[in-house]
Design a protein around this ligand. Structure first.
Ligand SMILES: Cc1cc2nc3c(=O)[nH]c(=O)nc-3n(C[C@H](O)[C@H](O)[C@H](O)COP(=O)(O)OP(=O)(O)OC[C@H]3O[C@@H](n4cnc5c(N)ncnc54)[C@H](O)[C@@H]3O)c2cc1C
Length: 388
């Protein structure tokens, strides 16, 4: 499969960026793609792939020190793009652990908390999860119902969480809750699967990202030591800083999934023959391929510009939301067109496009639904919030 790069963006990579991208690409081609489908079908987490993935220099992504990868903004995007070209579940395992969980500790933890948790997480000896969404509070996460009430040198957590990636395999679970003064807080539960009062149940029957586990969590008088409260998280604005970064990487993931779908459709169209000719020779098929190429190129260009802005410290929340809004929508459309080009073979999981198509579905919804990202951009353009 020839990586799609019509505008020669690769020419702009530095040697180290090119080497990292190649390393992740090779891992995806040699380890992820040949092995992922049975896990996806069985809705099982691919531990063997996760173990081999530990050797990639990508953990902790852009964070400095504590054994983290210290990637630049473009490299962080390229990693997520290449993982997306292979498989959405693996990308989400990485994004939840390295972005949401490590990112929360890295951005909002004290120096002691970072030193305590990040090194083992950077070695992937301890896996992290990030619990914000609730059964009754999805898009409206600012109004979480989970409470954390101070009780001596502990907090008592009560409430429930839903959709939490990696929760059932996590060593560190960050729960977002309001304390008795109404302040927002991130509370790190160590060994959540062995903690009294924590019940973690994997959600069944997902049609998207089936090889990563998402769970419902019930918290009943869970005792969390006060020193496990993230030191610099006091408002929803603080957690939004973590989400702004991960949302940036999701723009790249969407572009990677779309690029892989286009690349597979191109390969297929050149070799599949009907009416005595490759289907790529039919105008109607070329129309689909060009539509896909146009969308993927725009997604790539947007990602690259966002990377420049992030590197300069200038990427705004509205820009990130517009990137997410655009790329999540386009990934869905491109994957659907690729599925059409593959005909009946497009619905067979062995050809990968079907899995990527379904994985693209949830990108549309997580890290802010398409509507919420639209509303963030709408507020920026008009100065008027239209959320409620
Ligand atoms: C596979 C998967 C993995 C996830 N991983 C995690 C995780 O690791 N940690 C975590 O905390 N969360 C996670 N989530 C949760 C995710 O962030 C939420 O699903 C998302 O925020 C949307 O919430 P909801 O599903 O409850 O939908 P709802 O918020 O109920 O939205 C339903 C519909 O209403 C629309 N809507 C809502 N409010 C408005 C409004 N004001 N105006 C217009 N339309 C509106 C939405 O756009 C959507 O179309 C995950 C979700 C999925 C599906």
């Amino acid at each position: 499969m020839i990586p799609f790069d019509l505008f020669n963006l690769d020419d702009k990579l530095t040697d180290s960026q090119r080497a990292l991208r190649l390393q992740v690409r090779q891992f995806v081609e040699e380890v992820v793609k040949p092995r992922i489908n049975p896990y996806w079908e069985a809705a099982e987490f691919p531990w063997e792939i996760a173990h081999e993935m530990k050797q990639l220099p990508i953990w902790g992504t852009m964070m400095q020190g504590y054994g983290c990868a210290e990637l630049d903004a473009l490299s962080a995007g390229l990693v997520r793009y290449e993982l997306g070209r292979g498989d959405g579940s693996i990308g989400t395992f990485y994004g939840v652990h390295s972005g949401l969980a490590m990112g929360s500790i890295g951005k909002l933890g004290s120096d002691e908390q970072k030193a305590r948790w990040l090194p083992a997480m950077a070695r992937v000896e301890k896996i992290g999860a990030f619990g914000l969404s609730e059964p009754e509070r999805g898009s409206d996460a600012v109004h979480v119902l989970t409470t954390a009430v101070r009780d001596g040198d502990h907090y008592l957590l009560n409430g429930s969480k839903r959709w939490i990636g990696n929760a059932s395999i996590a060593d560190l679970l960050i729960i977002w809750a309001r304390d008795e003064t109404g302040q927002f807080g991130g509370f790190v539960i160590e060994n959540p699967n062995q903690t009294a009062g924590v019940t973690i149940t994997n959600l069944q029957g997902k049609i998207s990202k089936r090889a990563v586990l998402n769970a419902e969590i019930l918290l009943e008088n869970v005792r969390v030591p006060a020193e496990n409260r993230l030191a610099h998280a006091r408002s929803f604005h603080d957690v939004s800083a973590v989400l702004a970064y991960t949302r940036y990487t999701i723009c790249w993931e969407a572009a990677g999934i779309a690029a892989a779908c286009l690349e597979m459709a191109l390969d297929y169209a050149k070799t599949r023959e009907q009416f005595g000719k490759p289907i790529a020779s039919f105008q109607l098929v070329q129309h689909k391929l060009v539509e896909m190429a146009a969308e993927v190129s725009q997604m790539q260009l947007l990602c690259w510009r966002m990377a420049e802005l992030m590197a300069e410290g200038k990427l705004t929340s509205a820009q990130t939301s517009l990137g997410k809004y655009n790329n999540a929508r386009k990934a869905r459309q491109v994957a659907l067109l690729a599925r059409e080009v593959l005909g009946g073979n497009g619905i067979l999981i062995e050809n990968h496009v079907a899995r990527l198509l379904l994985d693209a579905e949830v990108i549309y919804t997580y890290e802010g639904t398409n509507e919420i990202n639209l509303l963030i951009v709408g507020r920026e353009l008009t100065g008027i919030g239209a959320f409620g």
